[in-house]
Design a protein around this ligand. Structure first.
Ligand SMILES: Nc1nc2c(ncn2[C@@H]2O[C@H](COP(=O)(O)OP(=O)(O)OP(=O)(O)O)[C@@H](O)[C@H]2O)c(=O)[nH]1
Ligand SMILES: [Mg+2]
Length: 338
């Protein structure tokens, strides 16, 4: 998917159709000069309906087309004919879409299942025809009701991809490389930060177990407040069951004083905690990536500040394969026990 095609936020207007007007008419029969009322009811306006579609991966469609209006109901007619209902408009959305009221920010619905429907804007009820207004004292009522207006509102759509495992790390830590190693996903990989600009999902299969791993763009300090769009990226790992945190040994190896494994780890945990208490409590596996680049004699030096701080780390390399199958097996075990 081209980067510009991945859209995970948009605002749209949804309007249900108005109900049709009720009818005021009287029966006409031979030899009956003044028949009773026979005006039918107006038809119901169509609704705008959201439907989950597992084949969609982005909010691109709703980003381009912002207004959805269902048809109005037909007016009632004589001879007790009810107007036809207006046609519904079905808007298909990717699974994982959160629907919020644009004004209040309140979450109204989460689209999680394929085919699941939700009424985004209800059509208005049709008005009553004059047959409903006949009484013992008024046998020739001329009253009828107008149709009710359809619901009209602005909604905010936010996509949170559905994945079991989320990959976290600073830019360039090797997240995309890992997902490409353990799944068939082919994300862009390059030796500079911010290569990944939108989440990539990879399906990992091991024995009978399958799970989805989400590679997100790299995070930097301030991510929870939106620095580097971090808050938008963190949203995509909110629904995961566990996290894999990749630490990049390259900066400390080349003597970059501003970056160390423990300080990187803490900086990222700080972002998680500031973003959501849920995320910081989620099960996580901490890995030092690119182990093939670290000479044996430097391993202990690099890992000991983490182990001294009580952080359980493992070494992995998407190049040599070290630690990869153990990691995948452990994640699979977590999935089975969940
Ligand atoms: N030697 C070695 N290089 C690796 C390994 N994993 C990743 N790399 C390299 O590290 C660089 C960054 O890899 P990416 O997978 O693009 O990193 P990322 O974390 O997805 O980066 P962003 O998308 O920018 O956040 C690339 O040049 C990779 O080839 C590894 O296990 N060993
Ligand atoms: Mg990447």
């Amino acid at each position: 998917m081209a980067t510009s095609d991945f859209i995970d936020e948009c605002r749209i207007q949804v309007c249900g159709g108005d109900g049709g007007r009720g009818c005021a008419s009287f029966r006409r029969e031979k030899f009956v000069p003044k028949g009773g009322p026979d005006g039918g009811d107006g038809g119901r306006g169509g609704s705008v309906i959201f439907e989950g579609d597992e084949g969609m991966a982005t909010l691109l469609d709703t980003h381009h087309r912002k207004h959805y209006r269902a048809k109005r109901g037909d007016h009632g007619r004589g001879a007790q004919k009810t107007g036809h209902g207006g046609e519904d408009v079905v808007v298909r959305l990717p699974l994982g879409t959160v629907v919020k009221d644009d004004e209040s920010g309140e979450t109204l619905c989460e689209v999680l299942k394929n085919g699941e429907q939700w009424v985004a804007a209800a059509g208005g009820r049709g008005g009553w025809g004059n047959i409903h207004f006949a009484t013992s004292t008024n046998r020739t009522p001329r009253e009828f009701q107008p149709g009710e207006p359809g619901q009209d509102r602005w909604l905010r759509l936010e996509l949170k991809v559905l994945a079991d495992v989320g990959l976290l790390g600073f830019p360039n830590a090797g997240k995309s490389t890992l997902v490409s190693r353990v799944s068939a996903a082919k994300p862009r990989i390059a030796n500079y930060p911010f290569t990944t600009l939108h989440p990539n999902l990879g399906m990992v299969e091991i024995g009978d177990t399958r799970f989805v791993m989400a590679d997100i763009p790299g995070l930097i300090p301030g991510a929870h407040m939106g620095t580097g769009l971090g808050d938008r990226f963190l949203r995509h790992v909110e629904r995961t069951r566990s996290l894999v945190h990749l630490l990049d040994p390259e900066p400390p190896l080349r003597g970059d004083e501003s970056r160390g494994l423990l300080s990187d780890y803490r900086a990222l945990r700080h972002e998680l905690a500031s973003y959501s208490s849920d995320l910081v409590d989620r099960a996580e596996i901490v890995c030092i990536a690119k182990s093939d680049l670290v000479p044996d004699e430097k391993r202990e030096l690099l890992s000991e500040e983490l182990t001294n701080a009580g952080i359980d780390v493992r070494w992995i390399s998407s190049s040599s394969g070290e630690g990869i199958s153990e990691l995948v097996q452990e994640l699979a075990k977590d999935m089975q026990s969940a």
